[in-house]
Design a protein around this ligand. Structure first.
Ligand code: G3H
Ligand code: ZN
Length: 286
């Protein structure tokens, strides 16, 4: 199986993106992997610190190993939005393929310092590193009933991205260019600032888009043409899983058998992931 770095390079050159789909249950993973299998796509399974503490770092790695061996698919595991070097070390020790150091809340110098340490430590162990400059304004991937306002000061400043990439040897960089974590239920999703993204892409390092849920498809397509090689999706998958489960349990109040009432949710996640894989263009790329 080719390494994740190979797929990022291929995506950057051939202008497609690899989806990272977060999970905290086995059923979500079943849906994600079934979609990747159907569409012959590389896939990144993501766990935030909270999700990984619920699942267990070793358990997440064991799940990846079993599914990778069973399907033969390039399935990769990323520790998403890691806030501490120590915790990233634990994920690396457990066997994660990739770690994301999220230093976006730190002063740039501090972010650069720790990112450099993470990059050195991880690369020595052939683990891919994602850095981050610019904030997404929200931590939780949840539903927003009020309109979500992007604060301009949170957006990635190209000169800061340049300074960061000059000092911290990360493989890919998460940038804040108009997306946010979560879904604005009014449907309004702030558009991607394409010129800003293109200015950052000129630096020549592959980029990551967070807050993929709810982002207009046309924006996603243009972002992929401007250096985005990885797109994170969590809320849309959580909504598919949870709303389907709620509906199924409501409609079958007597049902107590998990493998029966969870099947619809697995399929709902699979459907979201298949739509995203086709939109990102990573189908038939293995
Ligand atoms: O890191 C995870 C993603 O950025 C999730 O964003 O919930 O808006 O899809 P999303
Ligand atoms: Zn994110």
């Amino acid at each position: 199986m080719k390494p994740l770095k190979y797929y990022f390079k291929k995506a950057y050159k051939e202008k497609f993106a690899i989806g990272q789909f977060n999970f905290s249950t086995f059923e979500q993973v079943k849906g994600i992997v079934a979609a990747a299998q159907n569409l012959k796509s590389p896939i990144i399974l993501g766990t935030s610190e909270g999700e990984s503490k619920f699942v267990g770092l070793q358990e997440a790695v064991a799940l990846r190993n079993v599914l990778r061996n069973k399907t033969g698919l390039p399935i990769f595991l990323n520790l998403d939005h890691g806030k501490s070097f120590d915790y990233l070390k634990k994920a690396i020790a457990a066997g994660y393929d990739m770690v994301h150091f999220d230093g976006s809340k730190l002063p740039l110098e501090e972010n650069i310092k720790i990112s450099s340490q993470v990059a050195k430590y991880a690369k020595w162990r052939s683990v891919v590193v994602e850095g981050e400059v610019g904030r997404f304004g929200t931590d939780a991937s949840r539903l927003y009933t009020e309109k979500f306002e992007i604060k301009e000061e949170n957006l990635t400043k190209p000169e800061e991205a340049k300074q960061y990439l000059h000092m911290a040897n990360v493989d890919v960089l998460a940038v804040s260019v108009g997306t946010f974590h979560g879904l604005d239920v009014s449907g309004a999703s702030p558009h991607i600032r394409l010129e800003k993204l293109q200015e950052i892409n000129a630096i020549g390092v592959p980029l990551v888009l967070h807050g993929g849920s709810g982002t207009p498809e046309e924006d996603i397509r243009k972002a992929i043409q401007s250096g985005i090689v990885k797109i994170n999706i969590n809320t849309e998958s959580r909504v598919a899983f949870s709303h389907t489960l709620r509906k199924t349990l409501e409609a079958n109040k007597e049902e107590i058998t998990p493998y029966k009432y969870l099947q619809d949710s697995v399929q709902a996640v699979q459907q979201v992931v298949e739509e995203k894989i086709k939109l990102f263009g990573s189908n038939n790329r293995i």
